[in-house]
Design a protein around this ligand. Structure first.
Ligand SMILES: [Fe+2]
Ligand SMILES: [Fe+2]
Length: 393
């Protein structure tokens, strides 16, 4: 490439550079002193000289979360064509058209039927009004949780260190936004009232949103995401809800994020063990426990035992919390039998012929693929500090 060079004053260029150098020393020196005095300083958590965010590259986090999220990025237009999303690129649309051309006439007709009226007719054929209401009551609890997941991950984006950490959180923000808007449209298609947050959900999610700094990882990625993982893992085999399998994959990556991040930037001993933080974590879980009896009736309508579901989710929360280093006031070895006892006492008091069950040992997730994904996160047999989610490739 040949450029037509322009003439400039060498002297003027030198003066301009000298002014910049003096100003640079003053501005950065001033900010450095203010930062040391804890009176302010540079706001950006960014090291422009290294061309990195503070904390370094951490390519490991980028590869496990940003790269993988993009590899597994799914589009609502492809998976829920009856909803009003137009998020496929031209190439993806052409691919879908090509795939459609290879379908049999019967498959083509089935595909064309997936318009909104046809989707609603399918729901009406599959479910009674009460069952539709039960599905919406349960999934709207998660839907409101997705709103908070969007808020909290956006907050966390500015709390994490390193280029890899920020890229991981950026993908979570994008995925939570997608979860919120797609689930909202999906539930509206059921054409039954969508209920507000219960008091328990409100208390849980507000506490998560208000928790400080990296502690938000515990409330959101450990507690709330484990609950979401449970619901998506349980309901993705229901007719018309198959897209929840993709939500489940995304949430699986999100639950693995605290372990992967804290491996690079471990919690201090004080952050882990201080009694106030441990008590706050337990207090945060309590509203989630109260949700179990509240959702029992709706879950029973769909053949799901709320306490089996609750036991399974609480076990996953406890396992992830312990692995990430978010200690509770008691170890899970002590806590799980106590909760098992509590659940059984409640069931004995409220159910006829209740036989003692190991609720905390139960598995609520159904579906082979979902179980395979979860096995790789929760299986005790692999190295605790290396949550592989290769099933997500
Ligand atoms: Fe989500
Ligand atoms: Fe999530």
């Amino acid at each position: 490439m040949e450029f037509n060079k322009l003439e400039v004053s060498v002297r003027a260029a030198q003066v301009s550079q000298q002014i910049e150098e003096v100003l640079n020393t003053l501005v950065r020196g001033y900010d450095g002193i203010m930062a040391k005095l804890r009176l302010g300083g540079r706001k950006a958590n960014y090291d422009d000289e290294a061309y990195e965010f503070i904390g370094g590259p951490k390519d490991n986090l980028r590869a496990k979360h940003y790269d993988k999220s993009l590899r597994l990025l799914w589009k609502a237009q492809e998976h829920t064509p009856w909803l009003p999303f137009r998020d496929c690129t031209n190439v993806e649309r052409d691919m879908l058209d090509m795939a459609a051309r290879s379908l049999t006439d019967e498959e083509k007709a089935a595909r064309e039927r997936i318009s909104m009226p046809a989707y609603r007719a399918m729901l009406d054929a599959e479910y009674t009004q009460r069952e539709k209401q039960a599905i919406v009551n349960i999934l709207s609890a998660i839907g409101h949780g997705e709103a908070y997941a969007w808020l909290v991950s956006a907050d966390l984006l500015n709390k994490v260190n390193s280029t890899g950490g920020r890229s991981a959180l950026t993908m979570q923000v994008l995925e939570e936004a997608k979860h919120f808007i797609v689930l909202r449209e999906l539930l509206q298609a059921f054409n039954v009232p969508i209920r507000r947050q219960s008091a328990w959900e409100y208390m849980l999610l507000e506490s998560v949103h208000k928790s400080k700094g990296i502690e938000k990882f515990f409330g959101m990625n450990v507690v709330v995401e484990s609950i979401a993982l449970g619901f998506f893992g349980q309901m993705s085999e229901f007719p018309g809800l198959e897209v929840l399998r993709l939500f489940h994959l995304d949430e699986a990556r999100h639950t693995a994020l605290p372990c992967n991040y804290l491996k690079e930037f471990p919690l201090s001993r004080w952050q882990k063990l201080n009694p106030a933080a441990r008590l706050r974590r337990l207090r945060l879980i309590l509203p989630a426990l109260a949700l179990i009896p509240l959702l029992e009736e709706d879950m029973a309508e769909l053949g799901i035992d709320a306490f089996v579901f609750g036991g399974s989710v609480i076990r996953k929360i406890g396992t992830l919390a312990e692995r990430a280093g978010f200690d509770l006031p008691t170890s899970t070895e002590t806590l799980f039998p106590q909760l098992n006892d509590l659940f059984n006492r409640y069931c004995k008091a409220t159910r006829s012929n209740h036989q003692w069950r190991d609720f905390l040992g139960a598995e609520a997730t159904t579906g082979e693929r979902e179980l395979a994904v979860e096995r790789e996160i929760f299986d005790h047999s692999f190295a605790m500090d290396e949550p592989r989610i290769s099933a997500l490739h």
